[in-house]
Design a binder for this molecule. Sequence first.
Ligand code: S3P
Length: 171
Amino acid sequence: APVPVAERSIVLVGLMGAGKTTVGRRLAQRLGLAFVDTDTEIERAAGETIPEIFERHGEAAFRDGERRVIARLLERGPQVLATGGGAFMDETTRANIAARGISIWLKADLDVLMKRVGRRSNRPLLKTDNPRAVMEHLMTQRYPVYAQADLTVESVEGPHDSVVEDVIARI
Ligand code: S3P
């Protein structure tokens, strides 16, 4: 039987720097739900950081772990999940989220994304000479898939409160 709306998790998807973790944490507070960042959960389960996982085991191994961790988290019942930027690209993960969650694409423009990721450099995909070009490529590749999310919310620059309110108004 399908999972009733009230028992669904809220799952934030979108590119690195879209604000999934910050918005997710505040959203969870506002809704009285637990918050989990799937990247953090993968690191905890692996006992390694994400750059270490990429370096030692490769991206494919990271993606396998990501798929398993998200499937397990979704079993726990209603909570707010912030997923890593690549998670929603996986077909199985999309199906799992569709079965037990409401997916929300936090969409931001390139300048906003670049400004936000600039502050944190623990993202293996952006450790290149031209992170902006990589981000643009990821936008082209991923936006058609992110667009399959149940809702799309613009993640604007500045404080995330208006984004949080926007999400609450639309779920
Ligand atoms: C990735 C995004 C990261 C992390 C990993 C790969 C991606 O998560 O999962 O570095 O493929 O976009 P954030 O979106 O939280 O930075």
